[in-house]
Design a protein around this ligand. Sequence first.
Ligand SMILES: [Zn+2]
Ligand SMILES: [Zn+2]
Length: 341
Amino acid sequence: MKAVRLHEYHRQPVVEQVPEPRATGPFDVVVKIGGAGVCRTDLHIIEQQWAEKSGVRLPYTIGHENAGWVHEIGPGVSTVEVGDTVILHPTPTCGLCHACRAGDDMHCENSAFPGIDCDGGMAEYLLTSARACIKLDRGTEPADVAALADAGITAYHAVRKAVPLLYPGTVCVVNGAGGLGHIGIQSLRALTATTVVVVDRNPEALKLAEQLGADETVLADGAQVEAVLDLTAGHGAEVVLDFVAEQGAQQDAFAMTRRGGSHFVIGYGGNLDIPAIDLISTERTVVGNLVGTYNDLVELMVLAQAGRVTLHTRKYPLDAALDALADLDAGRVRGRAILTP
Ligand SMILES: [Zn+2]
Ligand SMILES: [Zn+2]
């Protein structure tokens, strides 16, 4: 089969022939890929940023946002059948450790992360496990939903955690309305009655945010903190979801959070510098967020299949993987680039 393989860091991956994976373990599932999302994390992998953390051996196949059809199952698999349409939670987990038993998939002690620490989904077929498969309506086009498996679940997970804080009358700031932020806005609309204020430096992104249901938009032109304070009678927001968290946006996000409020860090790249006295005197909470649980993705797919969360995509054939990576790197992709083998 064809696969997008990374042979050397700081060099482009290669589209080449490799053997197809087989379902040899009892809970193995081989999925015929219908869509594989192209993510900034793929660029960071090529730049060697993940090499030490993941411990992956080169060459390997990248691609961690995957959906498709079940192609082969191991003898113990009873939850999906050959031919089922599925989206894949990014980490096949063990199901037996403490975190797994609490439903906290991202902190499983024995999980893999295909596309990061082993062969991923930018290929015709992917080996995963029954625990990662979420069965979708037969009519769902995998390429339309694949990116919900990472970008979507990450935004939804943060919103889901913030829901108890976002009762009617509250304000939630969405800092950054790109790939993750635009799912965050739709999730807030579907799950809460909070007032949604969207901050972004791109006027086009703010236009899209308005179409998706933002109550207020703020252009990040240098005066965005003051603008949010003006909109909240000088208090700031009960919740700030920071989808950027680099180049100073993380400091802005904390400054936009009101007394007793919560600052959710979802993007990464920058350092957050907060004097301890500011934390204790205002009792603000800073919350980290890592991808999401299997159940988060199940819930998000309910919204997606009901048309309440939609993803803007641009499709590329698998052979054009390098074009997709180059377009993403150069900022030429609107929404999400998806490879379709
Ligand atoms: Zn991703
Ligand atoms: Zn586990």
